[in-house]
Write a protein that binds this ligand. Structure first.
Ligand code: HEC
Length: 110
């Protein structure tokens, strides 16, 4: 009887630490580029379009034509945008968030 109690205790302990482990991974700031994009950018760029300047959507073709070829270039646009676009500095969107948004844009809009 003593033995099974100990085993139960061990199983419980292992189970508990496993659960908290998973919680920590969830908490560990993983940035959702899509969510961030919807929060900051979709007002003017719904579905990768551009409601202010229709000539400048976020499609690969338009980006490439304007020299925006990598995630880094997209971050440059956020930090130093063209006319009509809100400027997003490191305080409003951290580098980590900006990177997640940029990667999302590169993959989401063809
Ligand atoms: C207030 C409206 C507005 C918001 C909000 C906005 N943009 Fe823009 N964006 C624009 C306009 C207008 C342009 C065109 C600027 C120009 O003429 O260069 C643009 C251009 C761009 C371009 C270059 C497109 C091209 O084809 O050259 C990128 C990349 C971009 N925005 C990314 C973003 C990202 C990322 C966010 C969110 C963090 C964002 N924008 C939020 C209005 C906005």
């Amino acid at each position: 009887m003593g033995k099974s109690l100990i085993i139960t205790a061990i199983l419980l302990a292992v189970g508990l630490s496993a659960t908290t482990g998973i919680c920590d991974i969830r908490k560990g700031e993983k940035v959702d580029g899509k969510k961030e994009f919807e929060k900051y950018c979709a007002v003017c760029h719904p579905n990768g379009g551009n409601t202010i300047n229709a000539q400048k959507p976020l499609t690969k073709k338009s980006l490439t034509a304007d020299g925006v070829k990598s995630a880094k270039d997209i971050i440059v646009k956020m930090r130093n945008p063209g006319p009509g676009m809100t400027r997003f500095d490191e305080k409003s969107i951290s580098d980590k968030e900006a990177n997640a948004i940029a990667k999302y844009i590169m993959n989401a809009f063809k």
